[in-house]
Ligand binder design. Structure first.
Ligand code: SF4
Length: 319
């Protein structure tokens, strides 16, 4: 299934790529993003403040709570940019709908781009970290299932790998939607994600299977909307080490018939090594994938769990 899909396109706050678009004429270049992730994805850069016409350098802006409303205002002049930014954001996210995005990385703490915990100032009292940037807010409303993260959280290897996994899952699903898909295709897609879904949210795997089983009663648009919502919600749940071990044991059971005693022991040892935190997940997964190929086990050959996308492959060493 991986081979059928094009490059992964990721929207990004352009200051993170090193573009000098910040209010002070500077940037927030993130080397991991450009030097590692950038080799594997295509960027779609966005700077809401420059694109809305605020220029560089410019007066810094902040979120302010006024009369129960959150406004985007200049720190010194108190110029209110809220309406113009919201109008721009609505138009820009509609353009982005045609860009084939599979994820978005936003600059943390920004009153335009920040996803969570952005400072909201008040006339009196200290600022609270309860806001969301205005562009980020429109983006999340327009694309509720799109994997969106802040660059700061991506410095944590576990959070980063989880986000990458969500991006790849979203990308595969969008690739399916671009075809003239039928219910059978969706059923095959779902089956190919069986073990990946079991590692994240086992009840979701069953729930989505039931959705597909009664799909003939639904319009294609409704089926698509419900499946995408449920599928991406499942991947939002972190895959725990114990759930991975459960999945690995299921897979061990599937390949064990072809293994002699030493090979079986070796695979079991690698699973135990992963369970005890001595080896990354990729170690037992690679060995199981090897046996699936050798024994030509048809229904396991297309499992996404055993055949990670190159982006996942490079990063899948911390879970
Ligand atoms: S945080 Fe967003 S608005 Fe601010 S400079 Fe970066 S891309 Fe532009």
């Amino acid at each position: 299934m991986n081979g059928a899909i094009g490059p992964i396109r990721i929207g990004i706050s352009s200051c993170l790529l090193g573009d000098k678009v910040r209010y002070d004429g500077g940037h927030k270049h993130d080397r991991f993003l450009t030097d590692t992730l950038g080799r594997l994805v295509e960027w779609v850069p966005v700077c809401p403040e420059v694109e809305v016409g605020m220029g560089t350098p410019r007066e810094p802006i902040q979120l302010v709570r006024r009369h129960g409303d959150i406004r985007l205002v200049g720190i010194r002049t108190e110029t209110d940019h809220t309406d113009v930014m919201q109008g721009y954001a609505r138009r820009r996210v509609e353009q982005l709908a045609d860009s084939g995005l599979s994820g978005f990385i936003l600059k943390q703490d920004s009153p335009s781009c920040g996803l969570d915990r952005v400072r909201v100032h008040r006339d009196r009292g200290p600022a609270t970290r309860t806001g969301r940037g205005l562009f980020a807010s429109t983006l999340t409303q327009r694309f509720p299932n799109l994997p969106i993260e802040e660059e700061g959280r991506l410095h944590n290897p576990r959070l980063r790998e989880h986000w990458i996994e969500r991006v790849c899952a979203y990308h595969r699903l969008q690739s399916l939607w671009t075809t003239r898909w039928r219910i059978d295709d969706l059923a095959r897609f779902h089956a190919a994600h069986r073990f990946a879904l079991l590692a994240h949210a086992p009840p979701s795997y069953q729930r989505l299977r039931r959705l597909i089983a009664r799909a003939t009663a639904l319009s294609q648009a409704v089926l698509r909307e419900r499946y995408e919502r449920g599928f991406m919600a499942a991947f939002t749940v972190s895959a725990t080490r114990s759930r991975h071990v459960t999945v690995l044991r299921l897979l061990l059971g599937r390949v064990s018939d072809g293994l002699d005693e030493p090979a079986y022991r070796e695979l079991l040892d690698r699973i135990h090594g992963y369970r005890r935190g001595l080896a990354p997940l990729i170690v037992p997964v690679s060995l199981i994938a090897h046996y699936v190929r050798i024994f030509d086990i048809d229904d396991l050959k297309g499992q996404e769990y055993l055949d990670p996308h190159p982006v996942e492959l490079v990063l899948r060493h911390h879970v």
